[in-house]
Design a protein around this ligand. Sequence first.
Ligand SMILES: Nc1ncnc2c1ncn2[C@@H]1O[C@H](COP(=O)(O)OP(=O)(O)O)[C@@H](O)[C@H]1O
Ligand SMILES: [Mg+2]
Length: 270
Amino acid sequence: MALVEVDHLVKSYAGRSSRAPKRVVDDVSFRIERGQTLGVVGESGSGKSTVARLLLRLIEPDSGAIRLDGHDLRAASNHELRRLRRRMQIVFQDPYAALNPRMRVEEIVGEPLAIYREGAQSSGNNLREARRAQILETLATVGLDASALARYPHEFSGGQRQRINLARALILRPELVVLDEPVSALDVSVSAQIMHLLRELQRELHLTYLFITHSMPLVRYMADEILVMHRGRVVEQGGWRLICEHPQSEYTQALLAATPELPTSTQPVL
Ligand SMILES: Nc1ncnc2c1ncn2[C@@H]1O[C@H](COP(=O)(O)OP(=O)(O)O)[C@@H](O)[C@H]1O
Ligand SMILES: [Mg+2]
């Protein structure tokens, strides 16, 4: 069974004044196997982030089914949903906006532990020590050390802030991580480092990714399967080699053509 199964997802928003509701996600279906990456690619406004938010059930679809490890997310009770939600996390595009400027890194990265009352059977100093150890271990996996703990987000560069966001997403040891344009706000060399880190983390932690981007080279570097979206609809989906080397739709061909240098290997051109 695939970790993620999405069938015939539909989401519309009310149009302006007299216009009919606009379908921003229109009959989208996909599977993601454990340990694999599904890349969702399309230009701005094509419905990618809406798919991500529907998948995490941050917003409600009009219709369609979403299952995580066979569990129907739409039918889940609040209690079940809470348990399912900790198995999936999201990292957003803007590493600046996502971090509370008044919280120290230790609080930011440790917050999910507090929310899910991880280790709450111990108390006082023991609890603090146990949580700090877990925070340090998670920071190490994203390449940050203990000197980060007492610092605030503004003291870090964009790439380091995205590492902090990743640590926060990973601390509960999720199975699925949704990456919504995670390097779009970063400059080229930093973006390459974060892409490399994402692949390493996937291998080490056996993560399953939904990777969203508007860049063909990035999706080619990261994804096993690719889904191309245009105006809320899936225009093409399949293995990365098929989509990148033998695109069937004109839209995918245009996306590829808009990419200045298409890599000939699986190495990213960033
Ligand atoms: N809450 C909302 N209300 C109305 N329209 C929305 C809302 N969220 C997204 N949209 C519209 O849905 C379309 C798809 O948006 P989005 O999923 O953010 O696209 P992408 O992530 O591919 O850029 C856009 O036209 C956007 O304006
Ligand atoms: Mg988006």
